[in-house]
Design a protein around this ligand. Structure first.
Ligand code: SF4
Length: 347
C-alpha cells in the first residue's frame, strides 16, 4: 500500500451511472446536491497550497462510465494542482462493468493511482435482487485488469442487501479476499429516502439490516480481512447532515459504526476470558490505552453487558498497557488482559 494521504473528496453524484441500484440515491448519500464540473474542480483545487500532497478522490457515481471526454476534462482540471504538488495522487471509484483496457489507459495517462470497484456482493442472486446490473464475474475480471495495469485496487462490499444473509455476506468477504485487493470498504445497507429500497422496506418486501445486525456481522468480517492482511479502510457510510437529518430512514446507519464494531470485537475477546471466571468475582480488564473506550463501549454498554452476563461482583476496564496473563491484584481483584487488539483502520 502507498502511504495514506489526506483525501480531498469530490463527489460525482450519479454521474455516468446507467443504473438504478435499489439502495442508491447518490445525492443523499454523498450529501452533494449539485453536479460537479471540470471548472468547479479546477477552481476548488487552485485554492489548495503548493505541496499539500492531497489525494484527490472522485467518489460517487461511476467515474469510468462518464463519457470519455468528460472524464478527461475532470482529470485534466486536476493536473495543475498535481504539477505543483497540491495533489499528490488521484483515485476514482466506479462499477466493475465500466472497466476495460481503454478506461484504464485513460486513467493512467492522468496519473490516477487507485481504482475502487463497487463489488457490493459476490453472489449473483443478491446483485440481481439489488438491481446492480452486473455480475460477480464482472468484478473478478475488472479486479484482475486493475491489478494487471498496476493500480492500487480497493473493493467495496455491502452487507444486508436484498436476498442476502450473514452466510452469503461472509462468502462475499471470502471471495473478495481471494481477489487480493489492497484495501476494502464495507458498507452495511442503509435505507435511504426516495430509493426503491425504501419502497421495498415499507411494503415489507425487504427486511432492514439493523445497526445491531451490521455490528454482529462486521465483527465477524473484520477479523477475516485482518488475518488475510487486507486493511478495512472504511466501515459504514460517511456521516452527513443529509443522512443524519432524515435521509437515512432505516437500516444500518450510525455515525460511529466502525467504533461499534471494534467495541463488539473486544467484547467477544472479553467474553472468552470471562467464561473461565467464577460468578461474583471482581474483575479488572486491562487493555491498551487506544482500546479503552472501545472496550467500555458506548454508554458503558460492554461493561453492563459483561457484568450481567457473567454475574460479576464488579467489572472495571483499566488502561494498563502491556500487562498480560491473569493474576490477583493487591485488592483481590482478578486482572485479565485482552491480548489481541480489534483490527484497526476502519474509520
Ligand atoms: S452503480 Fe453506483 S451510482 Fe449507479 S445506481 Fe448503483 S450505487 Fe448508484
Amino acid at each position: 500500500m502507498t502511504p495514506r494521504r489526506r483525501i480531498y473528496p469530490v463527489f460525482v453524484p450519479h454521474a455516468g451511472c446507467p443504473n438504478n441500484c435499489v439502495f442508491c440515491n447518490q445525492k443523499r448519500i454523498s450529501g452533494s446536491l449539485f453536479p460537479v464540473s471540470a471548472e468547479s474542480v479546477g477552481k476548488e483545487l487552485s485554492a489548495l497550497p503548493d505541496g499539500a500532497g492531497y489525494e484527490l478522490a472522485f467518489y460517487g457515481g461511476s467515474f469510468t462510465a462518464i463519457p470519455a471526454s468528460e472524464q478527461e476534462s475532470l482529470l485534466a482540471a486536476a493536473q495543475p494542482a498535481r504539477e505543483r504538488g497540491a495533489v499528490a495522487a488521484i483515485r476514482v471509484s466506479t462499477r466493475p462493468d465500466a472497466i476495460d483496457e481503454n478506461a484504464l489507459v485513460r486513467l493512467k495517462k492522468y496519473g490516477v493511482g487507485t481504482v475502487e470497484l463497487g463489488a457490493q456482493s459476490m453472489i449473483d442472486s443478491v446483485l440481481l435482487a439489488s438491481a446492480r446490473g452486473h455480475t460477480s464475474e464482472d468484478t473478478v475480471k475488472a479486479a484482475g485488469l486493475v491489478k494487471a495495469f498496476g493500480f492500487q485496487l480497493i473493493l467495496q462490499m455491502m452487507t444486508g442487501l436484498p436476498g442476502s444473509s450473514p452466510k452469503l455476506d461472509t462468502e462475499t468477504a471470502e471471495r473478495i479476499i481471494a481477489l487480493r485487493p489492497d484495501g476494502v470498504r464495507i458498507y452495511p445497507t442503509v435505507v435511504v429516502r426516495d430509493t426503491a429500497l425504501e419502497s421495498m422496506w415499507r411494503s415489507g418486501a425487504y427486511v432492514e439490516h439493523t445497526v445491531e445486525d451490521a455490528v454482529e456481522l462486521c465483527a465477524e468480517l473484520l477479523p477475516l480481512f485482518s488475518s488475510a492482511g487486507i486493511p478495512v479502510i472504511r466501515l459504514g457510510l460517511n456521516p452527513s447532515d443529509e443522512l443524519s437529518e432524515g435521509g437515512a430512514v432505516g437500516g444500518a446507519y450510525h455515525p460511529a459504526l466502525g467504533e461499534l464494531v471494534r467495541s463488539r470485537i473486544l467484547r467477544r475477546e472479553a467474553e472468552e476470558l470471562l467464561s473461565r471466571v467464577p460468578p461474583g468475582s471482581n474483575v479488572s480488564l486491562s487493555v491498551t490505552p487506544g482500546e479503552l473506550s472501545a472496550m467500555i463501549g458506548q454508554h458503558r454498554e460492554n461493561v453492563r453487558y459483561l457484568q450481567e452476563r457473567f454475574s460479576l461482583g464488579s467489572l472495571r476496564v483499566v488502561s494498563e498497557g502491556e500487562k498480560t496473563g491473569k493474576k490477583q491484584d493487591h485488592a483481590g481483584t482478578l486482572v485479565l488482559a485482552i491480548h489481541a487488539s480489534a483490527p484497526s483502520g476502519a474509520e
